[in-house]
Ligand binder design. Structure first.
Ligand code: C2G
Length: 433
């Protein structure tokens, strides 16, 4: 009996999928189909999968060609499967031509011609709403444009920038379709506005977009004034639009694993959080506040919103050098946050509990792993999640779920956390300005 295996996502099941399964089955007597698991697809950057794993399996089953269906859960699994299921032929569409030649040491590798004129990508584009993103910016550092291409339904279509030189640099890199002459025009042509400019202008840009009933993504903090911020939240609610801060880490699996452990009692009682963030960014003013935001957010999520005492010291030197230490005393614990702009601090996040300590090294807000140290063992456990790019597409993916569920509330950052962050930064900024 000849045993054949093939793999795929089989999203929005179509004729191309049907054909390849039919031909794969003919290649032998017994066909095993590996359907990709959700975590595996997210890890390989395939974020636009629409159907659930259960639906995709059901669709493969309904063809009647598969004698057995398995789930593909991790990279490299194919080798183990070929050995385990005693496979004679590995079959895949010729869009993968050459990519699986290394499997020929284990079995026959067969590339079958792909069915022309149909693909899941095409179906997704035809069937689902498209959201045009418009960006207003005053610096050309902007990775959303490229990342948005990787999530179906979103596309950066419009841009607006007052500074011609910055605009030219931006276009040289990203080639966006439409350059708007005014901010009003950007609002008119876009469904979602990404406000990416200095903090002095953010409030004004955000409020104008919300007033026009457009969804808004913005670099936090939106303002240093908590009353102004509450006004933005109120306006977003009244107009039933999303107001979401550009904090990518909360949409990445590894961060949720960390929260799960810290909030779910794996570390015992939380005794302390130590957190350092620094960057050497020359040209961005107020970078300091953006850096503080993620650190404060982690603290609020792990230790809660009810600290008893908050002390801070901010030092500003020439050339935008800024350094701040913030200390928060909780009834049963303590948090220290060090933030530096153009000061080199070793970036690290450490959450110390009675039964374990989590450590994220380096630029922890975009890290792919953390260490878990436990007091009774010398073993360090490492938790990993793979993701591609800078995390933007995971934020967009979360936004897509919100849009399709007609839900404007983000589960990444809760409203009370956002307000608290602005209140803390308001206090600190009063000191400086
Ligand atoms: N296919 C096809 N014709 C199409 C579209 C897809 O023959 N018009 C084939 C692909 O070549 C593949 C299978 O259908 O063999 C499943 O395609 P996808 O669902 O797009 O899965 P893919 O991302 O290619 O996963 O481990 C995963 C596999 O490596 C492939």
């Amino acid at each position: 009996m000849k045993r054949v295996i093939t793999y795929g996502t089989f999203d929005l099941f179509h004729k191309g999928h049907y054909n390849i399964l039919k031909r794969a089955k003919k290649y032998g007597d017994y066909l095993i189909v590996g359907v990709t698991g959700e975590t595996y697809d997210i890890g390989r950057g395939k974020l636009n999968v629409h159907d659930s794993l259960a639906t995709r399996i059901e669709n493969v089953k309904n063809t009647g060609f598969a004698d057995e269906i398995i789930v593909e859960e991790y990279i490299g699994q194919k080798i183990g499967d070929i050995i385990k299921y005693d496979i004679d032929s590995f079959v895949i569409g010729d869009d993968w031509k050459g990519k699986f030649d290394h499997l020929s040491r284990y079995c026959n590798v067969v590339y079958l011609e792909r069915t022309k004129g149909i693909s899941s990508t095409q179906i997704r584009e035809d069937r689902f709403d498209q959201y045009n993103i418009g960006i207003v910016f005053d610096s050309d550092d902007n990775q959303l444009t490229n990342e948005s291409k990787l999530v179906n339904n979103f596309c950066v279509k419009n841009i607006f920038c007052k500074d011609e030189k910055i605009l030219d640099n931006f276009q040289e890199k990203y080639h966006v379709e439409n350059i708007c002459e005014s901010y009003e025009q950007l609002i008119e042509y876009s469904d979602i506005i990404f406000v990416r400019c200095s903090i002095e202008q953010r409030f004004d840009y955000i409020i104008r977009a919300l007033n026009s009933k457009k969804h808004v993504i913005y670099d936090p903090p939106a303002t240093f004034n908590s009353e102004q911020y509450k006004l933005l939240l109120k306006l977003a609610k009244e107009n039933n639009v999303i107001l979401i801060e550009n904090i990518k880490m909360v949409y990445i699996h590894i961060f949720n694993q960390l929260l799960w452990m810290a909030q779910g009692g794996f570390l015992g009682e939380i005794l302390s959080i130590n957190c350092s963030v620094s960057k050497n960014d020359v040209n961005r003013s107020n970078l300091f506040y953006e850096l503080s935001t993620s650190s404060i957010l982690v603290m609020l999520k792990v230790m809660g919103l009810d600290y008893k005492k908050f002390e801070y010291q901010v030092t500003k030197y020439k050339n935008n050098i800024e350094f701040a230490t913030m200390n928060f005393a909780y009834p049963k614990g303590y948090a220290t946050i060090n933030v530096g702009n153009k000061v080199r601090v070793d970036n690290q996040l450490e959450i110390i509990g009675t039964e374990g300590t989590i450590r994220m090294r380096g630029d922890w807000w975009r890290s792919k792993n953390f260490e878990l140290h436990t007091p009774n063992s010398n073993d360090i456990q490492v938790y990993n999640t793979n993701f591609e790019g800078n995390g933007f597409k995971y934020l967009l993916k979360a936004m897509l779920s919100m849009l399709s569920n007609n839900n404007i509330r983000s589960m990444g950052v809760f409203e009370d956390e956002s307000i608290k962050i602005v209140e803390i930064l308001e206090q600190v900024s009063n000191e400086i300005y």
